[in-house]
Design a protein around this ligand. Structure first.
Ligand SMILES: [Zn+2]
Length: 450
């Protein structure tokens, strides 16, 4: 096990603070050929490039999309892959999201959990290995991509330029390791739709977030709306406004991959609406998406290792005669996504259903020697031999490699720290950062010497 002294840890913290202060959010209005994800992400790219050069690493670039710090001459390579980009911030933070403020042993900022702490840990592991002249059997790279949160085509470009490594891990999940990821698809629903009683239906912010609030405006008596809604098990408010009756229906937001942690307001809103408009399309939508495990479209499927298919209609807008919806599905191995799409098209005949995005399911062989080394490093360091390899419903860069990349860390399965990725007041505990840094050093040395 490698030892990290306070001086080295402080160097890590300084670099991490610098990184957190760059607001690496995709910015469409400043996209151009040199900065394919906009000016702010490009700033993060330049920062990682200059720092690597200053520290004496060879740099490999897929210009604007991804870059790698490189160590060692081995003809085969292994690598870590991390993302520099972060998701946007709302205006409800109680600290500066790009201030890298420290309070009560916690470091605050967008990206502290997802995933700049881990990205900088892989940078500093490279520095540690270089400064201590640790021998490497394979070439080792720390790769930094710039567009994980949106398209992942950044790493797609990198992999097609550089080819597949022997093995890679992305510290963008949880320990001890992820043995697989469910497939993820998005269906888009479109149709003409109008009904004299429905003025507007607005719900959902993103396909991968369970909707916590649906709003509908109907031409109906308030008393009737309340009678309907009171008879259903839904949380709502109804008020008379100029246009009609405004109904707000409340659910609970959660990531699409964990429906048991959320509650979809759209389903409850459709439940109310189907009694007001008596319409086959509304009824069909309600029936098809009532259940978060695909029962409504015969998509329910359980894989003994990978678990259940999950699904949800998470965006729905009906106005000006148009209906638009987005459905998220996470599916285990064994599900045929194109057959499922055809089946849905048959079920929803009045609606145009398109498969807009589809990333296949991955399942890795846990007996793979690189994976065994990663698990051994985690177990040796933490003494945690109870936590089992997991299957994630999330989508990471692992999807962009040909089965040779797995999520490894950095969430501690035993920790009670809330998951704050993509949420306000994101933070990470400073003491935990020490563990992360040491784990990344040990794991990177280990995989480079398998
Ligand atoms: Zn991430």
């Amino acid at each position: 096990m490698h030892n990290v002294n306070d001086e080295f840890f402080n160097r890590y913290m300084e670099v991490l603070v610098d990184c957190l202060k760059i607001p690496t959010i995709h910015q469409p209005e400043t996209v151009n050929e040199r900065q394919p994800y906009g000016q702010r992400v490009a700033q993060g790219y330049q920062w990682a490039k200059s720092l690597g050069e200053k520290l004496g690493f060879n740099i490999i670039e897929t210009p604007g999309h991804a870059l790698a710090w490189v160590l060692g001459e081995g003809k085969d390579r292994v690598e870590t892959v991390s993302h520099m980009d972060v998701v946007g911030v709302g205006d409800d933070w109680s600290v500066d999201p790009f201030g890298a403020q420290i309070m009560d042993g916690k470091l605050y900022g967008r990206g502290t959990q997802d995933m700049k702490s881990a990205l900088v840990a892989t940078m500093m592991a490279m520095v540690y290995i270089k400064e201590n002249n640790i021998p490497l059997k394979h070439q080792l790279r720390a790769v930094f991509g710039m567009d994980e949160e949106r398209t992942m085509e950044d790493i797609g470009h990198y992999v097609s330029q550089e080819g597949q490594p022997l093995f890679a891990f992305t510290p963008d999940g949880a320990f001890p390791i992820s043995g697989g990821e469910k497939g993820a698809l998005m269906w888009i629903l479109k149709s003409n739709f109008s009904h004299p009683k429905l003025i507007r239906f607005t719900a959902g912010t993103a396909c991968n977030v369970i909707c916590d609030k649906a709003q509908l405006i109907v031409r109906e008596r308030l008393a009737f709306v309340m009678k309907v809604a009171d008879g259903l098990n839904v949380q709502y408010t109804a008020t008379e406004i100029e246009e009609g009756v405004l109904v707000e229906v409340f659910g609970k937001a959660a990531h699409a991959s964990v429906p048991h942690l959320g509650h979809n307001a759209i389903v409850d809103a459709l439940n109310i609406l189907r009694y007001i408009v008596i319409d086959p399309t509304v009824k069909a939508l309600y029936r098809t998406f009532i259940d978060a495990y695909g029962h409504g479209f015969d998509g329910n499927f359980n894989h003994t290792v990978m678990g259940d298919l999950t699904s949800g209609l998470h965006v729905l807008r009906i106005e000006n005669g148009q209906l638009y919806g987005e459905v998220d599905v996470r599916y285990p191995m064994g599900v045929d996504s194109s057959a499922l799409t055809t089946h849905l098209q048959e079920l929803l005949r009045d609606i145009e259903v398109t498969l807009d995005y589809d990333a296949r399911a991955l399942l890795t062989d846990l007996g793979n020697p690189f994976i065994r080394e990663c698990i051994r490093v985690y177990q040796d360091y933490t003494k945690d031999r109870e936590s089992l390899p997991l299957i994630s419903g999330g989508v990471t860069y692992a999807k962009m490699y040909d089965g040779v990349c797995v999520p490894y860390g950095i969430k501690d399965p035993r920790s009670s720290t809330p998951m704050l990725a993509h949420q306000k007041d994101e933070y990470i505990e400073i003491e935990y950062l020490r563990d992360i840094l040491k784990l990344m050093i040990d794991a990177m040395v280990a995989i480079a010497n398998v």
